[in-house]
Design a protein around this ligand. Sequence first.
Ligand SMILES: [Zn+2]
Ligand SMILES: [Zn+2]
Length: 332
Amino acid sequence: MSAPEMTAMALRRPRTPLAAERRPLPRPDSGELLLEVEACGVCRTDLHVVDGELEHPKLPIVPGHEIVGRVMEIGAGVTGFAIGERVGVPWLGHTCGACPYCASGHENLCDDPLFTGYTRDGGYATHTVADASYCFLLPREGDAATLAPLLCAGLIGWRSLKMTGEARNVGVYGFGAAAHIIAQVAIARGRRIFAFVRPGDERARDFALSLGAVWAGGSDEAPPETLDAAIIFAPVGALVPRALSALRKGGIVVCGGIHMSDIPSFPYSLLWEERRIASVANLTRDDAREFLALARQLGVDAHVVRYPLAAANEALADLREGRLQGAAVLLP
Ligand SMILES: [Zn+2]
Ligand SMILES: [Zn+2]
């Protein structure tokens, strides 16, 4: 009998297509879970890894950090999980637990972290191994594909939204996976969403309005009302001064992506009057617990475009070209 195997779509070198690889099925080490992947979301960060915009990935790397899987085998010392249970694996794959950030409740900024699909193998695969301490139980029933985007698009969106404090008029630049999820949460919490899409993208504009945005227009347009806060998900630095110019005094621009083109210089008057620019980095496990419970309670509905695992390169290309409505998800 031959040893059990798995299939993964692996990146051997940045700026080359992912290649299908057969690998021996791994065994979970102590503290780990072996998962059978049910679905894995495709995030813009995967694109930054594949395109070589994030430095020093583990190579070869299996991308994917929006993993929904079933527990297949449990490593030594793991408690709280049973075989067959459904779990989610996010971007934050491991933290050191000892650095000043970990010690002060800012594990998202850990000095010695591992990130799923970047510095440890992720979910563009039939199976994956994850650190059980960074896995989250998910509802056993329901469509795995619509849960997957919650694990990064949703989580990072949530951390970004929290940074806007009590803002009522919230501008969202780039209406993709994260925006369409967090708009639902924000609207349910009484916020008014102003959606900024690629100029001329009527489908994206209609999509934002269908989800309850009070206004949607091109990212080159000014909103009809002053914004209390803006969240930028599009990786376009030029949007930072544009968003600042739409803000009221004391407002905040939150940059929700891990990579952005350079921010052009702008007059100090745009920042003056206590406007702020902030970035969101990674997530904490508390963010995940909080958001996954909230998404369930609110019945957040992720719009997904499904691809077979073998079509990972096509999914990435569609995301790169802005052809997607909602979130791309790979199904092994
Ligand atoms: Zn740490
Ligand atoms: Zn992501």
